[in-house]
Write a protein that binds this ligand. Structure first.
Ligand SMILES: [Cu+2]
Length: 350
């Protein structure tokens, strides 16, 4: 029994670890940095593997030497300990060996770091990303109507196979821009312009991004998506964004909602319409978005209605003029909220 008690802790630990392994290995891993989907994250992974392999070799070598020394020079009854003072050969060896090890790590690392400063391809797509408490805004200079800005929010849409260069700004506090599978991670600092390493996405898809610098109460809920499209789909999206929505059919929920949206247009813009507010996220082509509320909820009718009704039930947003007000306090009734939701979801590229 006593023996079993002694054994219990290690057995429990091993069982727990096995359970964790089983549970975690079933996870979908949209933020897995071991599964890079761009040239930028590919080189980050290469450096990571190189450093890990070298560090493991050094670690095991030191451990093995230690075990060997402990056994060889253990206390033996009747044998007095040998007194040793210095060993020039050994000292030269353990000075030179680390120099080589650091060169093995340092040269390739420097090579890739220099690569991040290389000029991008001439057809590079320039995007500006601005961090707000607690959402992301994306501006494509020159791609909007009449050579103006095309602006979207919380879903960065980019073409596959083309160099992308993102310039980073912040509107309030320090945020950080991170898309683990595509590019990472650079701070967005108020009053300072940072430029993200140029990256080139390998495949179309939806990639997870998030703010990686604590920025206030809703920091953990400040996410976004990168929607990588084929170049044809990217152009279709940009054209539809600029063209603005077709007028909704009279008498439908969407038509009523388009009128009700006047309540919101002081803060939100929908290109091609009278709504041109810039305090909150641009909602053009909102029906194309996969998520709402800065990437935390799927874009479903129920979630959208809940968000419009009471944002504070979803995000800890302080009461204040610059944030979205609560609307189910009598400002809008359920029917009006449903109509506005229908209108927003009718904003698609077709
Ligand atoms: Cu943030």
């Amino acid at each position: 029994m006593a023996r079993f008690l002694k054994l219990r802790t290690p057995i429990l630990t091993v069982a727990l670890m096995a359970l964790l392994l089983a549970v975690l290995s079933a996870c979908a891993s949209p933020q897995n940095t071991f599964d890079p989907k761009s040239d930028a994250t590919d080189s980050i992974l290469t450096i990571y593997i190189l450093v890990t392999v070298v560090a493991s070799v050094v670690g095991f070598a030191v451990l093995a030497a230690m075990v060997w020394l402990i056994i060889k020079f253990r206390a033996k009854p009747g044998v007095p300990a040998k007194q040793i003072h210095g060993n020039t050969k050994l000292e030269i060896a353990w000075t030179i060996a680390p120099i080589f090890i650091l060169l093995i790590i340092g040269i390739p690392t420097m090579y890739w770091i220099a690569g991040t400063a290389e000029d991008p391809a001439p057809n590079v797509l320039e995007v500006e990303a601005t961090g707000h408490q607690w959402w992301f805004e994306f501006t494509y200079p020159g791609m909007g109507l009449d050579g103006g800005d095309l602006i979207t929010a919380n879903e960065l849409v980019i073409p596959v196979g083309r160099d992308i260069r993102v310039t980073l700004y912040s509107d309030d506090v320090v945020h950080s821009f991170w898309v683990p599978q595509l590019v990472g991670k650079t701070d967005m600092i108020p009053g300072r312009t940072n430029v993200l390493q140029t990256f080139n996405a390998y495949e179309p898809g939806l990639y997870y991004g998030q703010c990686a610098e604590f920025c206030g109460t809703a920091h953990a809920l400040m996410r976004f998506r990168v929607n990588v499209k084929t170049s044809a789909d990217f152009s279709t999206w940009a054209d539809a964004h600029n063209a603005g929505p077709a007028a909704p059919e009279p008498g439908t929920a969407a038509a009523r909602g388009s009128l009700g949206f006047a309540t919101c247009s002081g803060c939100h813009a929908i290109s091609g319409t009278a709504a041109q507010g810039r305090i909150g996220p641009d909602l053009s082509l909102f029906g194309e978005r996969s998520t709402i509320a800065a990437g935390i909820l799927d874009n479903t009718d129920a979630n959208l209605k809940a968000w419009i009704g009471d944002v504070r039930s979803i995000k800890p947003i302080p009461e204040g003029a610059r944030f979205m007000p609560t609307f189910n306090d009598g400002t809008l009734d359920e029917g009006q909220i449903a109509d506005i939701a229908a209108y927003l979801n009718s904003l698609t590229a077709e």
